[in-house]
Design a protein around this ligand. Structure first.
Ligand SMILES: [Zn+2]
Length: 159
């Protein structure tokens, strides 16, 4: 191909200025054939035309775009969990696919906080916007206190 072009240039060079300039016929655009057996031009079958080092045009068949796992309540992408194609999740370890928290790989942190508020006893609800760890600790404390009071009452009843 390249040689032919050079040949044309040489011929053009030999023409005198009085003759009409000779333009080589425009070359047909190279046809590009699919490399996969899926002929449908759908939104998910995406391709890119790439020129190889040899000057040929070939298709690069692109993979589907990954989507991030979403929070089941508010729908935002879960922070800390990568967006991958399904088979790629099998190649990474579990700690990369979840967050070390209750509802870790399923709900976002804010939603977990608001969920906790519904479960909480009335006296702890003022902690709505504070640290969830602190609140969880207080809930556990409240449970222990209740137990202690119960056992004391029982003990008192026996006496
Ligand atoms: Zn959420």
């Amino acid at each position: 191909m390249r040689r032919m072009h050079e040949g044309h240039r040489e011929i053009i060079g030999t023409f005198s200025l009085t003759t009409k300039p000779h333009f080589p016929a425009p070359q047909m655009a190279q046809r590009v054939t699919l490399r996969k057996r899926q002929p449908y031009n759908t939104t998910s079958s995406r391709r890119r035309i790439v020129k190889t080092p040899g000057g040929k045009l070939v298709y690069h068949h692109l993979k589907k775009l990954p989507t991030q796992p979403k929070c089941g309540d508010c729908g935002i992408g879960l922070p800390g969990v990568p967006a991958l194609r399904p088979r790629q999740y099998a190649t990474i370890s579990k700690r990369q696919k979840t967050v070390c928290r209750a509802y870790g790989g399923s709900r976002c942190g804010d939603c977990v906080k608001s969920r906790c508020v519904h479960v909480l006893p009335q006296n702890v609800r003022y902690l709505k916007h504070s640290n969830s760890i602190l609140r969880a600790f207080l809930v556990e404390e409240a449970k222990i206190v209740k137990k202690v009071i119960k056992s004391q009452q029982k003990a008192g009843g026996r006496k």
